[in-house]
Design a protein around this ligand. Structure first.
Ligand SMILES: [Zn+2]
Length: 223
């Protein structure tokens, strides 16, 4: 994943870069709400003349890159709750996760957010959902009918990355064992014990981690 800065200009239409100084205390996670767009598409939309919304954010991440669209020490319009100086818009860095190739985009988001926390000496208690500010169902792909299992998993993965457990978490299995994992994930999907196809993709690609397998086992045991 590459990280690049492509800030929208001061004076961008619809006040998308208000230039209000911000000393952020949290990071707020969003999904773009657009299943097909890339980070570059989302960045382009911020300066597209047909976009008439006063909405912006700091960083958008997809399966290939992260683009910083606004300086991280300025407010953006991504998490309004009407509380002005205390609102997410005035205190939080907004990170949009693209929904295209979601598994890979999510992997990149975990790495990006962990690096941002580390840089600031922050823990995962500094992470917020858009939902925490305004009650909007966002990041929508982590919502899971209000159970927010995707959000819990995301925070756990960021925590593991922060602890430097990212590499040690690799699942070492024989070909036969991977086959068993794959078969059983298929069965669970068929029986609708789990519904997220990413599990199967991870089993097939052999990128399923020890933490994820533990989580999966826990979910099954508790159903
Ligand atoms: Zn949002």
């Amino acid at each position: 994943m590459t990280y690049r800065k492509d800030h929208i200009a001061k004076g961008t239409a619809h006040n998308r870069r208000p230039g209000i100084a911000m000393a952020a205390t949290t990071i707020t996670i969003h999904n773009t709400g657009n299943p097909s767009s890339t980070a570059a598409n989302e960045r382009a939309w911020l300066t597209n003349p047909s976009n008439n919304r006063t909405a912006s954010y700091h960083i958008v991440v997809d399966d290939k890159e992260a683009i910083e669209c606004l300086p991280l020490n300025e407010s953006a319009w991504h998490a309004g709750d009407g509380s002005r100086a205390k609102s997410g818009n005035r205190t939080s860095i907004g990170v949009e996760i693209c929904e295209r190739n979601y598994s890979q985009s999510l992997d990149n988001a975990v790495k990006l957010v962990a690096a941002m926390l580390k840089e600031r000496g922050w823990g995962i208690d500094r992470l917020r959902r858009h939902w925490d500010w305004s009650g909007k169902v966002c990041p929508r792909l982590m919502y899971d009918s209000g159970k927010w299992t995707g959000w819990i998993e995301f925070k756990n993965r960021v925590a593991a990355e922060l602890d430097g457990e990212g590499d040690e978490d690799k699942l070492i299995l024989s070909n036969y064992q991977w086959g068993v994992v794959e078969d059983n994930v298929k069965k669970l999907l068929d029986r609708k014990v789990i519904t997220d196809q990413n599990w199967l993709q991870k089993a097939e690609n052999r990128t399923l981690t020890a933490s994820e397998l533990a989580w999966l086992t826990f979910v099954i045991a508790s159903k």
